[in-house]
Ligand binder design. Structure first.
Ligand code: PEP
Ligand code: MN
Length: 337
């Protein structure tokens, strides 16, 4: 971290600032300039809040050199992290396909869809039992009965279960029954929830918030990791922009950025990113070309009557076609699927 001080700063206040920083275990080098004095801070500056330093009237500027995240940082962990989900590696050579309905709508329905996506080539089953809906009058999910239905589908197909946790009070139920805990976009900065899943060793699918920067997203992963759980998988699902033709705007640049900055796997959700089934395939293929480690896609056997997100859900035959094309792209970029 580099702090630039105004030349008018009284020496007593400068010393006070230096002592405060030294109390954080930092070593400080001072360069006396003609117009400004510059302080170079060496050590772990993660706990220093640059804005509170900037609030000091003697400070002209504060610049961070190191990233505020440590455990997620590629610099301290050069090799890729591979997250193991029931023996399936996420983040290795193979691209992982997760598919299923937005919401679990009953045991028979989820078991049938699980069979179809398995046949198409999916590796894992998705389906929300607890749903974060914009309106309190919309279907809120089947709750525990939905989790039981997912377990039945897993029993029949062998597909691991990916489902969203919205509240800490359901954590035990998830640890016992679920293979990947999804943290939804709306909860990306629910720090207590992040810490709670951090205290488990379950793989966590961490969706990007609706309006969060990449750094905020990585810091959310850092929250989970700082509690001891290294099994974090990023999931880009589009962000809010001024554009109305799509539900969200898919940010594919995050794939190389996340891979450069962190060692964690990243998958793409082209369903929530576009909100339109007709756009899903193109975004899915582009994501694989851009280096994604997997795709999570909503699949429904009767999208017109889906209880949520029907407009962005693919029918199983369309999903099977998408996998065929995705396989071709994967081989071009040196991956398998
Ligand atoms: C979902 O996966 O169905 C979902 C609600 O996703 P997001 O949190 O990305 O909106
Ligand atoms: Mn959905």
């Amino acid at each position: 971290m580099i702090i630039t001080l105004k030349k008018t700063a009284p020496e007593q206040e400068v010393n006070h600032l230096i002592h405060n920083l030294e109390d954080h275990g930092l070593t400080i080098t001072r360069i006396v300039g003609q117009n400004y004095d510059v302080f170079g801070l060496v050590g772990d500056t993660a706990s220093i809040d640059e804005r509170s330093i900037l609030a000091n009237p003697i400070v002209y500027n504060v610049q961070r050199v190191a990233q505020p995240y440590k455990l997620a940082n590629r610099m301290f962990h050069p090799e890729d992290t591979i997250v193991d989900v029931c023996g399936i590696p996420i983040g290795g050579k193979k691209i992982i396909m997760i598919a299923g309905p937005c919401a679990v709508e009953g045991e028979q329905a989820i078991c049938s869809t699980a069979g179809k996506v398995l046949e198409a080539g999916a590796d894992m089953l998705r389906g929300g039992a607890y749903k974060p809906r914009t309106s309190p009058y919309s279907f809120q999910g089947m709750g525990s009965a939905g989790i039981e239905a997912l377990k039945k589908a897993k029993e029949q197909t062998g597909l691991p279960i990916v489902t969203e946790l919205m509240s800490i009070d359901k954590l035990d139920e998830f640890v016992e029954n679920v293979d990947v805990i999804q943290i939804g976009a709306r909860n990306m900065q629910n720090f207590d929830l992040l810490k709670a899943v951090g205290r488990t060793n379950k793989p966590v699918l961490l969706k990007r918030g609706l309006a969060n920067t990449i750094e905020e997203w990585i810091m959310a992963a850092e929250y989970i990791m700082s509690e001891g759980n290294p099994n974090v998988i990023f999931c880009e699902r589009g962000i809010r922009t001024f554009e109305k033709y799509t539900r969200n705007t898919l940010d594919l640049a995050v794939i190389p950025i996340i891979k450069e900055r962190t060692h964690l796997p990243i998958i793409i959700d082209p369903s929530h990113a576009t909100g339109d089934w007709k756009l899903v395939e193109a975004q899915a293929l582009a994501a694989i070309a851009a280096g994604a480690d997997g795709l999570i896609i909503e699949v429904h056997e009767d999208p017109a009557h889906a209880w949520s997100d029907g407009a962005q859900s693919l029918k199983p035959d369309k999903y099977a076609q998408l996998i065929q094309k995705a396989r071709a792209i994967a081989s071009v970029v040196g991956r398998t699927l």
